[in-house]
Design a protein around this ligand. Sequence first.
Ligand code: ADP
Length: 412
Amino acid sequence: MKIEDREKAVAPGLVVNIERIFLMIKKRFREEFEQRIARIEGEVSKLRPFAKELEESEEKYAKLVENSPTGIYIDQGGYIVFANEKLANIYGYTREELIGIESWKLVHPEDRPLTNDRRKKRLRGKKVASEYEARGLTKQGYTIWIRRRNTNIEYQGKPAILGNAVDISRQKMAEEELRKKNEQLKNFIRIISHDLKNPLISVQGFSTRLLKHYGEKLGKKGKTYLEHVLTSGHKMEELVSDLLTWANMGNIVYRFEDTPSKDIIKRVIKELDHDLKGYDIELVQEDNFPVLTCDEKRIYQVFLNLVSNAIKYTRNTNSPRIEIGYRDVQKFHEFYVEDNGIGIEPKDQERIFEMFQRGKGGKGEEGIGLGLAIVQKIIGDHGGNVWVESEKNKGAIFYFTVPKNLTPNTKK
Ligand code: ADP
């Protein structure tokens, strides 16, 4: 006899009860199931607008990437796995050709170590500048200049690099052209200045001798004329010297050494002593000048230009006064040269640091507007800053800083 038959035989009422209970349970489950389905449907209908938004946003981003004027790509494991149309245009490939290509093939052979090193470091999570310039190689074998911007991303679950590439070849060509023209101009100025120096020395030398040995014979008027020749010769000497310094600026190899700034300032004052005394200028100096890691010759030039200017633009004021001072400003040494001269109008205060730019006060004084440009270049090359605070007719304070962390004997 089967078990069920046995049960039916033993307790026929029990089977009926079990069936009823089973039906009840089934009903409960169905109800609960239906409720759950309804709840899920509710949730889904709430999410539906977001799904649409997501779809729209994906479409928007796809359009942005496709129409971008910048080349956009994804590099995964050293292969291009995504590229937009612009990137294909830049490198002269079709998009289909680009997908799957090894990314090093898009880089100029000489710049491959650089880009490879950056890629490895970036993927290892090391800090690398996200933007840099490197040469690229087109399918046709032409060299192009590319400005790249890279970001780490996850693409299809694996780490990858999202890259932006802008073709800057035209800009680079223009820069190179400009650099060559500038170099030609500097060479020309170097030759002219050299050629001018010798006749100038003769004019100065013979005028001085003439004044010394024949001054009495020349009479008062003759002596005055000769003194004018000497003054003009001196001015011309300064102009030629400014031009030569400027023309040689690009070729400077900086040597940073520990130098007491007190000694540099002392030499500058000695050099300008004649003018300081001649114009009866009161000179005030602080006594806290530090040891400076710098290129001594260049910083001498900086002080010389600033103090010469202070003399030049102060000498005709009442009670002319020049002060040279120093402040310790955390990571920087800060120097200043202050005068009580003619001052500088606010609108001129930035412009005067540019080459061949002179302020209103500069008219009538000797100079060609190179002194401050030279100062700015030298200070910039030392990693510092230079600026001025001034009011018209209330004097000027020129400040400059030099970082304390320069390493001696560093070549730049
Ligand atoms: P230059 O003195 O040959 O004109 P600089 O480059 O040394 O060239 O200076 C640029 C201009 O800045 C000057 O023409 C002058 O107008 C202004 N300037 C510089 N130093 C001072 C100063 N100490 N006081 C007033 N004006 C100044």
